[in-house]
Design a protein around this ligand. Structure first.
Ligand SMILES: [Zn+2]
Length: 248
């Protein structure tokens, strides 16, 4: 019998995007000026830029461009299947072409690729930066840019009305593609301790003790436990068994 501890939603399929990128790599290597490929979620366009840059564009199923971007320093290995699948999955589907509706700060709150619960503070220009082992992502009002310590840089300029949640999922996917060493960053929440309706009180003040702690992982996995030691144990268990998950 296998024990499944904790919960993680099944990731969205990225098989088609993966194959499209392998085909694009081949046609770029053969000298094609533009590789265009239709997948179930939309269309992927890849063309060579100058130097080590590859230009990317995504269209939704209505044919509207939702992402214009580039990848540099990848040298023909376009390891971006998660990011493209997430972007086509989360992209706006309607016809509105106003300014993006999301705010970078909100994106920081719902991103999963965080080492702890803290949300990054917006910088002077309103953008946020999330660093993980091996890479970092910067989200501003119109784009997501992910970089790695090895010099890879991927930028998606977002067009149309994107949601905060959608942008967060794409930024997560970009970091997962580019920084594989950061796939499983876990943390546990601090128990509430003695409290009465959420406010801290002593035992004499009629409070109740709440030792519950939840272990969270950057891959989306989480597990609620009765105390923090168990939550830490579960987090360690998950890092050793990262592929065990319960389908949603
Ligand atoms: Zn994980």
């Amino acid at each position: 019998m296998t024990t499944v501890r904790g919960h993680r939603q099944r990731p969205i399929s990225r098989a088609e995007e993966y194959l499209a990128l392998r085909n694009a790599e081949r046609s770029l290597a053969a000298g094609t000026r533009q590789h265009e490929e239709e997948v179930a979620r939309g269309t992927i366009l890849v063309r060579p830029g100058t130097g080590r840059v590859v230009r990317l564009a995504l269209r939704n199923r209505s044919g509207q461009r939702v992402v214009a971007g580039y990848a540099s320093g990848m040298d023909g290995n376009l390891t971006l299947a998660r990011a493209l699948a997430a972007a086509l999955h989360q992209a706006p589907k309607g016809l509105t072409w106003d300014a993006p509706a999301f705010g970078p700060e909100g994106v920081g709150h719902v991103m999963q690729m965080r080492r702890n619960q803290r949300c990054p503070q917006p910088r002077a220009d309103g953008s946020i930066r999330l660093g993980v082992p091996g890479g970092a992502a910067v989200v501003d009002r119109h784009s997501i840019t992910a970089t790695t310590d090895t010099g890879v840089r991927v930028r998606f300029a977002l067009e149309g009305l994107w949601t905060t949640f959608g942008v967060a999922r794409v930024a997560d996917a970009m970091l997962r593609d580019l920084a594989p060493e950061a796939h499983h960053l876990t943390y546990t929440t601090e128990p509430r301790g003695w409290h009465l309706n959420g406010t801290f009180v002593s035992k004499r003040g009629g409070g109740r003790y709440d030792g519950a702690s939840t272990a969270y992982c950057s891959c989306g996995w989480f597990c609620m436990e009765g105390d923090r030691a168990s939550a830490r144990w579960s987090a360690a268990w998950h890092r050793e068994n990262p592929s065990a998950y319960r389908p949603a």
